[in-house]
Design a binder for this molecule. Structure first.
Ligand SMILES: C=CC1=C(C)c2cc3[nH]c(cc4nc(cc5[nH]c(cc1n2)c(C)c5CCC(=O)O)C(CCC(=O)O)=C4C)c(C)c3C=C
Ligand SMILES: [Fe+2]
Ligand SMILES: [Fe+2]
Length: 321
């Protein structure tokens, strides 16, 4: 089985970030603008300016083991291997950058796997993430004469195991804070609003996760106000709202003093949580008058998250292993 996440640059230099962004932003599932229009904008504007800015952001979160997203995904694969035991080969790959999806998929087949479960670690389905992994899968299959049998992990945005893992994990983190938050922001990665009207279920999946999670946390923290937002706006089009950065400021201006942020849509901490939420989000909230701010970690390779992943994977492997 192959765990898949989005992808990340090889290092935090502008050159490596440029290579990564070029691959990521050339994917027609990510930017749905006709190629003849998009290519000049991507190569003439975006890839001349953004790599430097993003490289600075990456350098603030880069660890000894490299990109947090890649390091955590590798640890998740290792932990899953130990939990699932012999009989199933567990590998991991990135949709963009390394280890490349096509390479790892082919490597599994080369090891003799004739049944492969591909598990994109995206709880909420979007065409930009899940469908893009399926496109990469079809591309890899297109090169094979003798193809393996396949299964793919469905989105798990309302799976009771996922909601319970989030509720238990975030609940424990909130109780361990040095302050009592008035507001909990559930910040999901954004998408262009147009994708919702075109039929992408992402927005609805996020809202359902948030509603179930709020219902579960509500019993434990009756005074906590829970607000759902969308982060990381990219480009000029209208994105899903409300925007995380706008709400951080309006909360502080409206009198909220103590606020905590969680990112339930990310399986692993990454640039979007460690830089955008933990560094820039803090500046926004405190700069607008807030006094206490914290970000909670993602499920990562912790006990709650790994028990949930193991449960999902065992279910999808049933009859196979
Ligand atoms: C969790 C799901 C994600 C969705 C949905 C998603 C949509 C989406 N993203 C961009 C543009 C960028 N995203 C970037 C980073 C990034 N995005 C996700 C996840 C989702 N993106 C993750 C986990 C990461 C972090 C990667 C890491 O290395 O840690 C970036 C790169 C960084 C930057 O320059 O800001 C871009 C660009 C679009 C356009 C989009 C929907 C159409
Ligand atoms: Fe993104
Ligand atoms: Fe982003």
């Amino acid at each position: 089985m192959l765990l898949v996440n989005l992808g990340t640059p090889d290092d935090a230099s502008p050159a490596a970030v440029r290579r990564y962004l070029a691959e990521f932003l050339s994917d027609p599932r990510v930017v749905e603008i006709p190629r003849a229009l998009w290519r000049p904008i991507l190569h003439g504007v975006i890839l001349r300016t953004r790599p430097r800015k993003s490289a600075h952001a990456y350098s603030q979160v880069w660890g000894e083991d490299g990109s947090p997203l890649a390091a955590i995904t590798a640890r998740q694969a290792r932990a899953l291997r130990e939990r699932i035991g012999d009989g199933v080969i567990v590998d991991w790959a990135m949709r963009y950058g390394k280890p490349a999806f096509g390479d790892r998929f082919a490597a599994l087949q080369a090891q003799g796997c004739d049944r492969i479960l591909v598990a994109p670690l995206y709880p909420q389905y979007s065409a930009a993430t899940n469908a893009s992994v399926m496109d990469a899968l079809c591309k890899a299959l297109g090169k094979m004469r003798w193809q393996p049998a396949l299964r793919t992990l469905p989105p798990y945005y309302d799976d009771p195991g996922y909601i319970a893992a989030l509720s238990d994990d975030l609940g424990a983190q909130i109780e361990a804070l040095a302050f009592q938050p008035e507001t909990l922001l559930l910040s999901f990665h954004g998408m262009p609003e147009r994708t919702l009207h075109l039929g992408d279920p992402y927005y609805c999946h996020c809202q359902k996760t948030a509603r179930l999670l709020a219902a579960s946390l509500g019993g434990r923290f009756p005074d906590l106000r829970i607000v759902t937002t969308f982060q990381s706006r990219f480009g000029r089009a209208k994105w899903l709202e409300p925007a995380t950065d706008t709400v951080l400021e309006s909360e502080a201006r409206g009198g909220t003093r103590r606020l905590v942020v969680a990112a339930p849509g990310f399986s692993a901490d990454c640039l979007e949580t460690l830089e955008e939420l933990a560094i820039r989000g803090r500046d926004s909230f405190l700069g607008a008058g807030g006094s206490e701010y914290a970000t909670l970690t993602c499920l990562n390779d912790g006990e709650h998250g790994m028990a949930m992943i193991e449960q999902l994977i065992r279910r999808e492997l049933s009859g196979w292993a």
